[in-house]
Design a protein around this ligand. Sequence first.
Ligand code: SF4
Length: 454
Amino acid sequence: MLNLTPKTHINRSGVLINPCKTCQPVGALFAALGVHNCMPYSHGSQGCVSYHRTYLSRHFKEPAIACTSSFTEGACVFGGGPNIRQGVKTVFEVYNPDIIAVHTTCLSETIGDDLKTYIDEMEIPEDKLVVHCNTPSYVGSHVTGFGNMMAGFIKYLANKGKTTETVAVFPGFVNPGDVREYKHMVDLMKLKYIMFPDCSNVMDAPMTGEYKMYPDGGTTVEEIRSLGACRKVLALGRLTSEEPATQLKRKCGVDFSLLPLPIGLADTDAFVMAMASLNGGDVDPLIDEERGRLLDLMLDANPYFYGKKVAVYGDPDTVLGMARFCLELGMIPKYVLTGTPGETFVKLATAMFKEYGKEEECKAFAAKDLFDLHQFIKEEPVDLLLGNSHGKQIAKAEDIPLVRAGFPVLDRYGHGSQPIVGYRGAFFLATKIADALMDKYDRTCADEDMELVM
Ligand code: SF4
């Protein structure tokens, strides 16, 4: 079908084709899954939560639990108050979580359900908690929903207290493998920290033969409460983590450093330096070693990276990080595209192109879809696609290698556990990029040009 994608752009405003984002509640649900003993709860109809759960399960290859207010016609007309009162009661009785994290959907937002009032007025068992956030899906994307849910937890739970030595790390919209990599680095920097939310050991819980509705991982409620006493927040992912970091500053006065996702060399350096500013400047030699190994690979494989044009697409922070890494590798991120709306993305990307003197060659787009990307590629082709699974039809139609990274990867296994952040994550990503480019060369070169040693 995509072979028929026309080259010529026409102005479209009413329809997205092959969108490069999904809806806010997907991110809210994912953030809530990163809280220990928490049941995510969708205030809307069953179809919404069924889609959100499926989407996350297909990416992580793990169950993504959630309950719903199960709206029918009555709730659509009269509001979902009775549904959520009954729903919360049932969830505590049947599934016994410590906390329920409610997010809204298009329908409950359009009706105008006042979740704060419902929650304030409902009977909640002693020692149990209910928090909420608003996630109207006609605004933003799953990335916005992720930040909104984090802000919701903070609004309800974080307490201002006597400042401790602990640092909070907001991971951004990343995989469990990335969270593990952060932990590895923060541990090496000898900082006491709270990771919030923490999807590791939840969305990549090991197979033990026993199903746990609430896996061992996740940030505890106690930890979320004590975020208000942290000395600093390292908010990773400028477009994802700003909202919750601002919320914590507003409520509890905790300062934050807003950093890019540490993908590639410079952005990981920024993360390490931010940590070093909190531990007296001590950088563990193992971190230097990991950095050195990455540099070595970048130099060794440079002839295969240099000058190659790439289309990078997906979630805004991930795309900005991967695009910068492409520039560090000597590649040209020709098209840098996200489906998430927001001009900040375009501004940050354009400033980055300027830093590397590539502003003429590279273009950034927000609120675009993959049909647009395909048309750009038809106008001027690229050597590589770097992004989520939704680009696979373009890859097939145009015979361009695709390196899967970011969210979602629906058609391959193990990606959730493989980091792309930190020096080691960048090492894995660079290896995959080099493999893809060299595989294509091997497949398409003349027999006499085929080399055993490359
Ligand atoms: S109706 Fe709204 S919340 Fe529900 S699945 Fe569709 S976009 Fe998402």
